[in-house]
Design a protein around this ligand. Structure first.
Ligand code: E4P
Length: 217
């Protein structure tokens, strides 16, 4: 399972990278705005800065919603750095653009996916990643993890190469549940990754080992 961090915060990206388990980064316009990164040039420089920190794929989202605009913006983003993956919304024009990018060998992440039907379309169009937003579904009392299960089934039925990127992860159990279902990738906050580390018996056990070592030395 690949681990992506879902943030535009460079310190958090560095911290996750330093842990040695980071495979990539996802961003979106809201995450950029949260860090105070606004304006085309600043956003582009920020993508480049992220690519310098991590070794893996970095999703950069298009703003255009028409086919020509998405293609123009996506091609420019893809030229920024070999690690850039063009993030395209699940809309009619987006699906056309996914197909176009796949024929050009440009990696894509189809975002804002909320149904297995949308995920099927994204795979048919040749998306590299599909991003079902599980937290946002849970927020409206709809089963986010159930969606990951459905997409896994559909993709396995036909051997689609599109990777399931479980997005809108809110906490550590989301990561574990997605891992059990077989999501290819998860993207979440640093706090959710950190949660995997913690167990009180580890802390108690280590404390005793260190205390016992001191007794004999
Ligand atoms: C995915 O790529 C999105 O950036 C993200 O996971 C959205 O998460 P949210 O629902 O916490 O905003």
């Amino acid at each position: 399972m690949k681990f992506f961090i879902d943030t535009a915060n460079l310190d958090q990206i560095r911290e996750a990278q330093a842990l040695g388990v980071l495979d990539g980064v996802t961003t979106n316009p809201s995450l950029m705005a949260k860090e105070g990164i606004t304006g085309k040039e600043n956003i582009i420089n920020h993508y480049k800065a992220i690519c310098e920190i991590v070794d893996g794929d970095v999703s950069a989202e298009v703003i255009a919603t028409d086919f020509e605009g998405i293609v123009e913006e996506g091609e420019a983003l893809a030229k920024l750095h070999p690690q850039i993956v063009v993030k395209v919304p699940m809309i009619r024009e987006g699906v056309k653009a996914l197909k176009y990018f796949s024929t050009k060998g440009i990696k894509t992440n189809c975002t804002l996916v909320f149904s297995a039907g949308q995920a099927l379309l994204a795979a048919k169009a040749g998306a590299t990643y599909v991003s079902p937003f599980i937290g946002r579904l849970d927020d409206i009392s709809t089963d986010g993890l159930g969606l990951i299960q459905e997409i896994r089934l559909v993709y396995d039925n036909y051997g689609f190469d599109t990777q399931i990127l479980a997005a809108s992860i809110r906490h550590t159990m989301h990561i574990m549940d997605c891992a059990k279902i077989g999501a290819d990738v998860m993207t979440g906050p640093l706090s959710a990754i950190d949660g995997l580390l913690k167990h009180p018996l580890t802390d108690i056990g280590l404390e005793k080992f260190l205390a016992d070592y001191k007794k004999g030395n």
